[in-house]
Design a protein around this ligand. Structure first.
Ligand code: MCN
Ligand code: SMO
Length: 784
């Protein structure tokens, strides 16, 4: 039986593969999610959602006697719409109402809120509501949305563009003089995000504290408090947000959702507890979406395949509203800023559009823009290789930023701090066995075509305040605080407002605190995600947790460690520099004291301590941000070998290798888990997942029979190799890793499929690479 208190790793600090503290409860089914909470008088909430994509609401009616059970927007007195501002010039703000009143803008948009003793009864109430819709044409694509005569989603806008912007370092003469030019149109499909646990919120009024208490499945409790305060018109001090166990977030749980505000309003108004839990169908139809990017690329190269310039147009199908706090610009602006990726590029131009469509809003999803960016850029590299007749890995290696060039500031002003990008690629090439593969047959005994593909990327992590400000996000600061305390009985408490959403911060923050203070891992308790008991953190997203919160924990722990040492020195009658942490005690040579001795001395007998012992106590709150505001950059190269069946269009992944570098690893086992899980989601993006819409804006994948998630049968055993290049800018040289695994699989897999299908002259450009798309590409090649 797994029991983390039995972890006996000789080292438990940074670099140790200690078992996760979280798993003791999760493996026994004893986690506490929003759905596990119960309170006396709890009522459940269901939402009536729009059945049409775009319409004016002519009338809404409820049967008499249901005023306190069925609610429309007008009933929600004092509630403001979600308005997400941005300082990016030209960005258009959308008013995202908590319940639709004049207009609905996507299928699934909440129109009425119904409350009853249980969910089924609340759902029954939704059937009593009558709404008359006057339907409008739906905008279901970027092209549709950009047409001059397109119907507008937001009446005052004048068009359907959240944002139109450009990056331009000048392409200059290269367009006319470059010997090699490749053109590509690349698209990836719209996706939903599917954390195991859907969104959930339970709110009640705490009469003793005089506070609205909101238990919500979120990655960003402190931000949600700010957002709720804004939309409910309450001071932040009157709101307590608690994130209980969160069964996966992946970006989806970074948002302030209308349902969250509506349920909080009920609790504030009626002073009794209410809960809404998202069901799978709501997630599929009404939950925020991700990934739908379209690229038109022209790349210029010399005859060896050396990149000379890149010219791109990127459109993102961003859905109906701008989400709080990340806006509808994030994805498109990031796509434009990240397209050059890990490559040395001296001429770059990109036009970027974020188009409003009659679909659910767009949220960040593991990798944020970069899976799309990598998909486009890595196909471009392969296309150049094909044009100049070289192996794709060779062209890649020549264009990657060299280790000797580090630190390197790229063409979109990203400062790559450290690493050996070509080194990781070459290692991946060896691991996948490219040379042996090229020497072997192109088809297997089943007649399937075989191919190998590569993809490389950088993963910006731990963005600072200035980066978010430059993305126009005034509400999103890039720093964290943490609190560390030695208790009277010699245990260590660590608290921060970030949250553990599956990625393991309860474990790794404890490892850092233990590394600094010498307190044994089993005696460290990490408390996260409750605005009343934790100092500020922006939250768990952008692979920032371990760098930012980890840095803050280290700094607070350093303060406490100094005070522990001062007391120990006094107890052991030596100078403060003569004591050291060893084997769970504080030593001066052979003599030692325990952490409990320290706790007792400080809390119980402070009168016996000399005056020069720091009176700050055995606790400290400290803040942290890395030395650079632009974040620290992890990177990786993926390589994959596939078999493609030309009769069925099915792809089998035969081998998959990942060579990754996230600086100093706090827990290599968790880094592997993160990489594995991310890559699994990447395989979903590559081969299976797609949320299509018909011309009227109806979602065509509203069950998990239509929306295919990869399971164990579809996933390869990813083979992972680590490199550990320390960042010069972060505490311990750590870089983030939470998103990386998800970035490269679509790119590596499409390159492998195109390599396999080369003898047939078939080329794919769009994800997912479903059997249908593969058979179409083969058929198209036959007819040309
Ligand atoms: N880690 C480490 N050594 C490093 C880097 C990271 O040991 N050099 C560990 C960290 O200690 C942490 C984990 O890896 O336990 C991820 O750390 P980090 O990269 O800092 O990411 P965050 O803590 O900020 O987590 C958010 C990140 C994001 S943005 C998404 S999306 C995502 C992800 O984490 N969502 C996840 N991984 C997820 N994993 C699970 N199981 N569930 C999610 O919802
Ligand atoms: S998509 Mo991760 O929450 O940045």
């Amino acid at each position: 039986e797994l029991d983390v208190s039995e972890t006996t790793s000789p080292t438990e600090g940074i670099g140790a593969r200690v078992l996760r503290k979280e798993d003791a409860r999760h493996l026994r089914g004893r986690g506490q999610f929003v759905g596990d909470l119960f309170m006396a008088g709890l009522q459940e909430v269901a939402f009536l959602r729009s059945p049409v994509a775009h319409a004016r609401i002519v009338s809404r009616t409820r049967p008499a006697g249901h005023d306190h059970a069925i609610f429309f927007l007008d009933d929600l007195k004092g509630v403001l719409p979600i308005v997400t501002r941005s300082s990016i010039p030209g960005y258009k703000v959308s008013d995202y109402p908590v319940l639709a009143r004049e207009k609905v803008r996507f299928v699934g948009e909440p129109v009425a809120m119904c409350v009853s003793k249980n969910r089924a009864a609340a759902e029954d109430l939704t059937e009593l509501v009558e709404v008359d819709y006057d339907e409008l044409p739906a905008i279901v694509s970027c092209n549709g949305g950009r047409k001059a005569d397109a119907v507008q989603l937001h009446d005052s806008w004048g068009d359907n563009l959240f944002l139109e912007t450009s990056f331009d370092s000048g392409i200059g003469a290269i367009a006319a003089t470059a010997p090699v030019v490749v053109d590509l149109d690349v698209s990836c499909a719209r996706q939903t995000m599917h954390p195991l646990e859907g969104k959930g919120v339970l709110a009640f009024w705490d009469h003793r504290a005089g506070q609205l208490v909101v238990h919500t499945s979120t990655q960003v409790p402190h931000l949600i408090r700010a957002g709720l305060a804004e939309c409910l018109g309450l001071p932040q001090a009157v709101i307590r947000v608690i994130a209980p166990d969160v069964g996966g977030g992946f970006g989806y749980k970074c948002l302030l959702q209308p349902e969250e505000i509506a349920v909080a309003w009920l609790a504030t108004t009626y002073k009794t507890p209410f809960r809404w839990t998202e069901d799978r169908r709501e997630h599929l139809v009404a939950g925020a979406n991700a990934r739908q990017h379209h690229y038109k690329i022209k790349a210029y190269a010399d005859t060896r395949g050396k990149l000379l310039g890149l010219d791109a147009e990127v459109s993102v199908d961003t859905g109906a509203y701008s989400v709080w706090p990340f806006t509808a610009c994030l994805e498109a602006a990031q796509a434009g800023g990240n397209l050059p990726g890990p490559y040395h590029l001296t001429a770059y131009r990109a036009k970027v559009f974020s188009v409003a469509t009659n679909k659910p809003p767009f949220a960040p999803y593991r990798g944020v823009a970069r899976p799309g960016v990598c998909f486009a850029m890595e196909q471009t590299i392969d296309a150049i290789a094909k044009a100049v007749g070289r192996e794709a890995w060779e062209v890649r290696a020549e264009n990657l930023v060299a280790a000797s060039a580090m630190p390197y500031t790229n063409i979109t002003n990203k400062h790559y701090d450290s690493g050996d990008y070509p080194g990781a690629l070459l290692e991946a090439k060896e691991m996948i066995g490219l040379d042996a593969f090229r020497a072997g047959a192109r088809r297997d005994a089943l007649g399937r075509y075989l191919g190998v593909g590569f993809a490389s990327y950088t993963e910006q992590s731990a963005h600072g305040t200035k980066v978010f400000a430059a993305w126009g996000l005034p509400l999103v600061p890039g720093f964290d605080q943490a609190f560390v305390k030695l208790t009277p009985d010699g245990a260590l408490e660590v608290r921060s407002g970030i949250h553990t959403i599956g990625q393991g911060l309860e474990t790794t923050l404890a490892q850092i605190a233990g590394e600094v203070t010498g307190v044994p891992y089993k005696d460290i308790r990490v408390t996260l995600g409750d605005t009343a008991t934790t100092p500020f953190s922006t939250g768990a997203y952008a692979s920032r947790g371990i760098v930012m919160t980890g840095g803050a924990v280290a700094r607070a722990a350093e303060v406490v460690a100094l005070r522990i040492k001062a007391i120990a020195a006094h107890l052991l009658q030596v100078g403060p520099n003569a004591v050291a942490f060893k084997n769970g005690r504080i030593h001066a040579g052979e003599a030692s004291v325990s952490y409990e001795d320290i706790g007792r001395a400080w809390y119980i007998r402070p009168d016996q301590l000399p005056d020069d012992v720091d009176r700050g106590g055995l606790e400290a709150t400290e803040g942290y941000k890395p030395q650079v505001d632009g974040g620290v950059f992890s990177y990786a190269s993926h390589a994959v070998r596939v078999a493609v069946d030309p009769e069925t269009g099915l792809v089998e992944i035969l081998d998959y290798v990942i060579v990754e570098d996230c600086g100093k690893m706090v827990n290599p086992m968790i880094v592997e888990g993160q990489t594995y899980g991310g890559a699994a989601q990447g395989v979903g993006t590559a081969l299976f997942e797609e949320s299509p819409y018909d011309d009227s804006g109806q979602p065509l994948a509203s069950t998990l029979l239509d929306y295919i998630l990869p399971g164990p049968v579809e996933l390869p055993k990813f083979r992972i190799a680590h490199r550990e290049t320390l960042s010069p800018y972060s505490k311990f040289g750590i870089k983030g890793v939470g998103e990386g695994g998800a970035i490269a699989p679509p790119a590596a897999i499409i390159n492998a499929i195109n390599d396999a299908l080369a003898p047939l002259n078939a080329t794919l450009r769009d994800a997912p690479m479903s059997p249908t798309r593969i058979l179409k590409a083969i058929a198209a090649a036959k007819t040309t």
